[in-house]
Design a protein around this ligand. Structure first.
Ligand code: COA
Ligand code: AMP
Length: 637
């Protein structure tokens, strides 16, 4: 007897069109599709061509029409401002359509881009949905990025309007956003016609008329109705780290995206309409797009916007308080959040203060879940703990324990099995299939399921080169791993220079570009080293130019400041050391892997191709001098 997961998985691969056409019945279409899967331009597959939809209609209006108007759509909980607010579907419809009206008044039309630079407030979700309502394309930029990163995205997306707030709040620190935004606009070649600023009581942003418009103006705007768009039209661009300073603009469509996300709410997360689903992430990340904003609302569930941290707002019981107070059915967060809680409250004593009976499951993603953290969560929460693996590019889980289909026993360290829709395979260097248990490149046979990216904004060639060229007929995930004899997937490491810091995706190549721009730096390398809280942390090595008279400490201080100012605090770049030389192979390739092993205090073998073995000793000494080596991953600042 096959279980529901096996049946769904098999059908999704043998009859993808039938499978997804059935799921598409759960979505409202102004016009149904001509073709479920359009493969006329491989590898640029498109889903539901010819169909017409509106994502905002499906997320809000449809539920209001069906009688869900009085139900909570969003719970905004902000311990940092001491605020809890509930927005019903009726209220959300009013707020979103008025804000859409304001945007329209500022010249925003179907296809225009709107950039969002917002803290974790309900208005961030309102602005995203307002764009969707107009058929405009939003691009949310995470608040922890600096002006320079914002400017790069402004130049690439060319937004007509930028929506922001006067400030963000990082625990006890108020961060004025408007000066960062003004500076970004100054740096950018493209100038938006307008900004819309949410004035928060903590900081008043200085406004320049007529460019800057107060969010409060939305109250006076005429509500805008939903604009039908092609299912294949872009809903959003989300920039993510690539291997260079130029981020990749992942583009998501409207139709396939809705079909897939709505399907996951029941089948992956086992959530019913009306239940409360909390993704403790940020709207600036893909998890925030899919599971704070879109999926829960498409499903008629209640979503949660939380402005706070897992610890320190006010204590390590913050998540438990949230769960019991808001009757949360499922929590989704990054393992790093649980490591932070575990570090502060190892015996989970704070848990005893709260009634957690509403919680049915915990979902973890964003980085590898270490078995200790999974075990701690299982023991204390006494609910299924589901590690699931996905990427900005994929928009939803490639591998998961699909609780709504069939609950498999958990193997710690594995995000369980490939989700329906994903023909996941492991290939070796010669592009042959690996045997069960053998590590190789994790690739997905095309077509990717709906809801995934279909191009990179302004960079179709890069889309092809980065993801589709190396393994023809497959999507390269750039993760290495294996599948065992039971079909369990293991994701080990990236095959490129991407690192994962506190569940945030960062490029060491980009950090190297910034370090190399420092006038005293001749050469540099950045690697990701193991860290007990954040999973990985960046660690920089710099070689100084001849004749530099500044002290090493001074250059390091400047280098750290430069990365923070250029990329942003989210880079968490705090450890850096000056070395005389970098270890290289005879052909001049920097041995980053070897340096990483030294920093992680693992046994390292001298590569046969190294040009000068003595350099490794020097690296070892430098690392010890900044507190690495003996205390693995515990950098001393
Ligand atoms: N705006 C401005 N600054 C921000 C920011 C934002 N939205 N988000 C983070 N930062 C800053 C932080 O304040 C910190 O600054 P600091 O160097 O001055 O201390 C820096 O960026 C690094 O942030 P982070 O790596 O997140 O560290 P942290 O100590 O603030 O928090 C965790 C660590 C683990 C508690 C936090 O990352 C977390 O809760 N992560 C789990 C949830 C998550 O984000 N998941 C993402 C994908 S699912
Ligand atoms: P992002 O695009 O920010 O979601 O980061 C995607 C990357 O994070 C993946 O390519 C993986 O390297 C890593 N990742 C995400 N989820 C998991 C997981 N459950 N297990 C292992 N790695 C993960």
């Amino acid at each position: 007897m096959t279980n529901a997961y096996q049946q769904a998985y098999e059908r999704s691969l043998t009859d993808p069109e039938g499978f997804w056409a059935e799921a598409a019945k759960d979505i409202h279409w102004y016009k149904t599709w001509d073709k479920v899967l359009d493969d006329s331009r491989k590898p640029f597959y498109r889903w539901f061509t010819g169909g017409e939809v509106n994502t905002c209609y499906n997320a809000i209006d449809r539920h209001v029409k069906a009688g869900r108007g009085a139900q909570a759509a969003i719970i905004y909980d902000s311990p940092v401002t001491d605020t809890v607010k509930t927005i019903t579907y009726d209220e959300l419809k009013d707020q979103v359509s008025r804000f859409a009206g304001l945007l329209r008044g500022l010249g925003v039309d179907k296809g225009d881009r709107v950039l969002l630079y917002m803290p974790m407030v309900a208005e961030a979700v309102v602005a995203m949905l307002a764009c969707a309502r107009l058929g405009a394309v939003h691009s949310v930029v995470f608040g922890g990025f600096a002006s320079n990163e914002l400017a790069t995205r402004i130049n690439d997306a060319q937004p007509k309007v930028i929506v922001s707030a006067s400030c963000g709040i990082e625990t006890a620190r108020v961060i004025p956003y408007k000066p960062l935004l003004d500076h970004a606009i100054e740096l950018a070649d493209h100038k938006p016609a307008h900004t819309v600023i949410l004035q928060r009581p903590q900081v008043a942003a200085a406004m320049t008329a007529p460019r800057d418009v107060d969010w409060a103006e939305a109250a006076k705007a005429d509500p805008a109705d939903c604009v039908p768009v092609a299912a294949t039209d872009p809903l959003y661009i989300l920039y993510t780290s690539g291997t260079t300073g130029q981020p990749k603009g992942v583009v998501r469509d409207n139709g396939g995206h809705m079909v897939a996300l709505k399907w996951t709410m029941k089948n992956v997360y086992n959530i019913e309409p009306g239940q409360v689903f909390w993704a403790a992430s940020d709207v600036g990340w893909v998890v925030g797009h899919s599971y704070i904003c879109y999926a829960p609302l498409l499903h008629g569930a209640t979503t949660v916007v939380y402005e706070g941290k897992p610890v320190g707002t006010p204590d390590a019981g913050a998540f438990w308080r949230m769960i019991s107070q808001h009757k949360i059915t499922a929590l989704f967060t990054a393992p790093t959040a649980f490591r932070a809680i575990k570090r502060e409250d190892p015996n989970a004593e704070l848990l005893g203060k709260y009634d957690m009976s509403c919680l049915k499951a915990l979902f973890l993603a964003g980085e590898r879940s270490d078995p200790d953290t999974i075990k701690w969560a299982q023991t204390n929460l006494k609910v299924p703990v589901v590690d699931h693996w996905w990427q900005t590019e994929t928009g939803w889980a490639i591998a998961a324990n699909c609780l709504g289909l069939h609950e498999f026993p958990v193997k710690p360290g594995s995000p369980t099995k490939a989700a329906p829709g994903w023909d996941l395979q492991v290939l070796d260097e010669g592009h042959h299939s690996c045997k069960p248990g053998q590590t190789g490149s994790l690739v997905v046979k095309l077509p990717l399921p709906p809801g995934t990216f279909y191009t990179l904004w302004n960079a179709e060639d890069r889309f092809f080169e980065s993801y589709m060229a190396e393994y023809p007929g497959f999507y390269k995930t750039a993760d290495a791993g294996m599948i065992d004899e039971d079909g369990y997937v293991y994701v080990m490491s990236r095959t490129d220079d991407i690192i994962n810091v506190a569940g945030h995706r960062l490029s060491t190549g980009q950090m190297e570009e910034v370090l190399a721009s420092h006038p005293d730096v001749a050469e540099c390398a950045v690697i990701g080293v193991a860290d007990q809280l954040k999973g990985q942390l960046p660690l920089g090595f710099i070689c100084l130019k001849a004749g530099v008279t500044k002290s090493d400490e001074q250059v390091v201080k400047e280098a750290v400041k430069l990365v923070r100012e250029t990329i942003g605090p989210v880079a968490a770049f705090k450890s850096c050391t000056v070395v005389k030389r970098l270890p290289k192979t005879r052909s001049g390739k920097i041995l980053r892997g070897t340096m990483q092993k030294i920093a992680d205090n693992q046994d390292y073998k001298m590569p046969a191709t190294i040009d000068d073995p003595a350099i490794l000793e020097e690296i070892d000494e430098s690392l010890q001098s900044i507190g690495y080596s003996k205390a693995r991953g515990e950098a001393v600042e």
